[in-house]
Ligand binder design. Sequence first.
Ligand code: ADP
Length: 227
Amino acid sequence: MSGLRDLKDDFLYTVCHDLRNPLAVVIGQAQLLNRALKSKGQEEEAKAAELILRNAWRMSQMIDMVTVSARLESGLAVTRRVPVDMCQAVRDAVERQEIACPCRIKFVTPCRQLWIKGDPVWIDRCLDNLLSNALKYSPPESPVDVRLYRSGDRVIVSVQDRGPGISPEETPLLFSKYYRASSSKGTEGLGLGLYISRFIVEAHGGDIWVESMEGSGSVFSFSLPAS
Ligand code: ADP
């Protein structure tokens, strides 16, 4: 069974990898077209180009998830260790999400500096995954709170939303590859974001977990060794 799954994963990886270049061309050309049509005042046509662009971006993000998970599984991806200020990393991650969803995320425990040693690119990815999930799986106007603090020799980040929560039977499965909870039906996704986040956190010597109450929201947290 696992042999068949590996074959399926290899196939999916190859297809996704090969789709990256043609998709990059679609995105580039749609951007050009959109700009050209806007400058000529052809608003309706420019909107059509924008729609192509938005959907090509969504495809590109899904492809990226598949290729990233394969890279992480190879064990070669998370090797860099540099000092990372988690206060700055969280502030930047909140700003990135605010572009799409202004005013929903609150950094409840602003701080000056909290250092860990790690790969900033992968840490950013983990923060982006948790924050974008919190926004995606909770009502559009509801707040999302981010906390960052030190506990003993660990730095802890937690992201709290006011979404539907997850049943106790499903919470242990959330960090598995391709798993999607029943409450996520109707929301787009591949079930790879939390799997990727777990890989990143564990590669840094940390832990990731969720506390959830059905009907009142979830708190996703991860801890990393402080430096
Ligand atoms: P995706 O969002 O692409 O499905 P993830 O791996 O990020 O994949 O999440 C796995 C599943 O965990 C989601 O499909 C959803 O069912 C559940 N989930 C993740 N974050 C939340 C959240 N903040 N609130 C409720 N459910 C969540």
